[in-house]
Design a binder for this molecule. Structure first.
Ligand code: MF3
Ligand code: CO
Ligand code: CO
Length: 256
């Protein structure tokens, strides 16, 4: 048994609950539903399955998950806003079970979305997976950023710099920061037992972001569409483990 096997076992449990919450919400994301309804369903599902939602009361956040629509980059707050045909929305769930955290987000689409939005969502998902697939002890943090940035920019989209992935275990956000841009062979070396998120935010237009007066909602300055996916991951002896993989095989839309 390795030193970190107990930690990984707890990360698996928390990660699974977070991903099952997104699985459960998949059928609920449709025209006419408010983001508050999604928040309530997520809150109840996590509570009824032995966990609690990390975002609720986190640094003054008032809801149980984040719903970031269209040009919202991240940290959108659920509200009375109704989902409409053509919307794309990121739902970001963080579940805590036995003090350990599982943090994951996916994009969801409502009705028919523009081709540009489809391309953005596909590119964002692929970029996250490119960042994940190279993971093993000995590579450096900058290698992850390089994989994501080079892939995204080759497709003409931009990588948000103002938010990043993070270490995660028995605290929500810990060291190190995981940048989604960077240079090969720079930054800390990965070692077995490390646990962190990869959660690239990718824009159709420029990378610039501003935070609205509510102190949370981050939007693209040029109002262009933004997308994000997130997994919580652990580094193993020779590879990696994704703690937040969908039990139902839901990776990216369309999910049917
Ligand atoms: N889940 C987000 C992350 O990926 C953090 C949300 S903090 C909140 O790190 F307060 F906005 F919920
Ligand atoms: Co995160
Ligand atoms: Co998150």
């Amino acid at each position: 048994m390795s030193k970190y096997s107990e930690k990984f076992e707890k990360m698996r449990i928390a990660g699974k609950l977070a991903s099952q919450t997104l699985d459960m919400l998949t059928n609920e994301v449709k025209e006419g539903v408010t983001t508050n309804k999604i928040d309530k369903l997520g809150y109840e599902f996590i509570r009824d399955n032995g966990g609690h939602s990390a975002p609720l009361y986190y640094r003054g956040f008032k809801k149980s998950l984040c719903t970031s629509l269209n040009h919202v980059v991240c940290h959108g707050t659920p509200s009375d806003r109704v989902l409409n045909d053509g919307d794309s929305v990121n739902i970001d769930v963080t579940a805590v079970v036995n003090e350990y955290y599982g943090d994951t987000s996916r994009m969801f689409t409502v009705g028919d979305i523009p081709v540009k939005a489809k391309n953005l969502i596909e590119t964002t998902y692929e970029s996250m997976m490119k960042g994940i697939e190279i993971l093993k002890p000995g590579i450096k943090l900058g290698d992850i950023g390089h994989e994501i940035q080079s892939f995204v920019e080759a497709r003409g989209f931009s990588v948000v710099r103002d938010f990043c992935g993070h270490g995660i275990s028995n605290t929500f956000h810990e060291q190190p920061n995981i940048l989604h841009y960077g240079k090969k062979n720079t930054g800390y070396e990965l070692i077995p037992g490390m646990t962190f998120t990869i959660e690239p935010m990718i824009n159709v237009g420029k990378l610039d972001v501003k935070v609205l007066n509510d102190g949370w909602t981050a939007v693209t300055k040029d109002k262009s569409l933004s997308a994000q996916f997130e997994h919580t991951i652990g580094i193993t002896e020779d590879s990696y483990e994704i703690f937040t993989e969908s039990v139902k095989g839901y990776t990216r839309p369309p999910y049917n």
